[in-house]
Write a new protein. Structure first.
Length: 225
């Protein structure tokens, strides 16, 4: 079996709902240019838990959010160890990370960029990855590697259309209602500062001010009838 297929099967066996492969050479910062290929790990969130979110997050959602992040970090670590065993270089981007030096609420590399380039979904008006199958009810991880992968077909256009549900539901009025296209700055879609401020002010007692979930719960792509 070829190595890419082994990676795909292993990651699914370890618990991922979807796996995507991408070429990131055109979008990586200089410091990561030695690892031009991306492996996106997607975990679907629990419908029961997301459906319980109303005008605020729940304690259970906060726990779930952190559990899924831990699972993602374990899967991406295992993937790195497998790639290193085969003699390749690889780096797991933490599931949830905010590096002050990189600017507002940014991690080492944007999971969502890798996921759109792998063809897993588009960026919704909520600023989150939206997939056909699960809507935005997903969490993401990314492994960067120098192992040459066959990439998926990138998605470069939004499928939100006229929908505005997340925009009108956001209590922080942090969403601008702008349709995403590849390359657009996140600031055009979401005011990350307003979102974070609102969560810190209103949900500190529930999720330490780091989760909300309203714009995830309302998305029709994620609501199963
Ligand atoms: S997480 Fe909450 S506050 Fe932030 S954009 Fe979504 S709905 Fe608005
Ligand atoms: S709620 Fe509507 S506008 Fe918002 S991400 Fe989902 S489909 Fe897009």
């Amino acid at each position: 079996m070829d190595k890419q297929k082994i990676i795909l099967e292993k990651i699914k066996e370890w618990g991922a709902s979807e796996v995507g492969f991408s070429y990131l050479g055109d979008v990586l910062p200089e410091s990561l240019q030695d690892l031009k290929y991306g492996i996106s790990v997607l975990i679907k969130l629990s419908d029961r838990i997301i459906n319980e979110i109303d005008d605020k997050p729940t304690y259970t959602y906060f726990h779930h959010y952190r559990s899924v992040n831990t699972l993602i970090d374990q899967i991406t670590l295992k993937t790195v160890l497998l790639l290193e065993k085969w003699g390749y270089n690889a780096l797991a981007v933490p599931a949830s990370q905010s590096i002050k030096e990189l600017g507002e609420y940014r991690g080492l590399f944007q999971h969502k960029t890798a996921a759109t380039m792998a063809g897993l979904g588009w960026i919704g008006k909520n600023g989150l990855l939206v997939t056909e199958k699960y809507g935005p009810r997903v969490r993401l991880g990314t492994v960067l590697t120098d192992f040459e992968l066959e990439p998926g077909t990138p998605i470069s256009e939004s499928k939100c259309g006229e929908c505005n549900l997340c925009v009108t539901s956001c209590p922080a009025m942090a969403l601008h209602g702008r349709l995403w296209e590849a390359g657009i700055d996140r600031k055009e879609i979401v005011d990350a500062h307003a979102c974070s401020e609102y969560m810190n002010k209103n949900f500190k007692h529930i999720g330490r001010g780091s989760v909300c979930g309203i714009c995830i719960r309302v998305c029709p792509y994620g609501i199963k009838i």
